[in-house]
Design a protein around this ligand. Structure first.
Ligand code: GTP
Length: 170
């Protein structure tokens, strides 16, 4: 029997980008139109048996007043998912700042960072961040890149599976 690898995973990103919704979709298969804003942070666990991975997930609060707490949640992380909203350019700029902060402060050279453009269900009517811009930035910066919808359940499983695949094997 192979051992489960326990991996600390943190979600960062602007308020309202959909961090909690992505986690709820992944962990419980649920989605809430009126998902409440996170206070501080929330903790979830989820095992992917086929990948022998148990994620210990910190879903942080995007409101700037909680920014100073973030290091507690990304310290020691194996992976970070940095979320922005494809309909909200400021959230893409905020995501870049999170990536920069992670690179400055996380010592782990094998930290996996995934950049995630969420709310892709709204792409046709409301996209404001071109996919090519985000993909280029992610490639230049060495990030995984996904466009997801927590609402429509697009690419959420693929995202967490890919992060699991990229984790260093114990
Ligand atoms: P904070 O906890 O404040 O940092 O926000 P968050 O990043 O966790 O966002 P949250 O998951 O609370 O979602 C914010 C709002 O966006 C909620 O009303 C969600 O229902 C909505 N939302 C989340 N994901 C999607 C999505 O994929 N598509 C659409 N259309 N709406 C979404």
């Amino acid at each position: 029997v192979e051992q489960l690898v326990q991996s600390k995973l943190v979600l960062l990103g602007e308020m309202g980008s959909g961090k909690t919704s992505l986690v709820q979709r992944f962990v419980r298969g649920q989605y809430f139109e009126n998902q409440e804003s996170t206070i501080g942070a929330s903790f979830f666990t989820k095992t992917i048996p086929e990948k022998h991975v148990k994620f210990e997930i910190w879903d942080t609060a995007g409101q700037e007043r909680y920014h100073s707490l973030a290091p507690m949640y990304y310290r020691g992380a194996a992976a970070a998912i940095v979320v922005y909203d494809i309909t909200h350019p400021a959230s893409f700029e905020r995501a870049k700042k999170w990536v920069w902060e992670l690179r400055q402060n996380v010592q782990n050279p094998s930290l996996i960072i995934a950049l995630v453009g969420n709310k892709v269900d709204l792409a046709e009517e409301a996209r404001q961040v071109p996919e090519a811009d985000a993909r280029t930035y992610a490639a230049e910066t060495g990030l995984l890149y996904f466009e997801t919808s927590a609402k429509a359940d697009i690419n959420v499983t693929a995202l967490f599976d890919e992060v699991a695949d990229k984790l260093p094997k114990a």
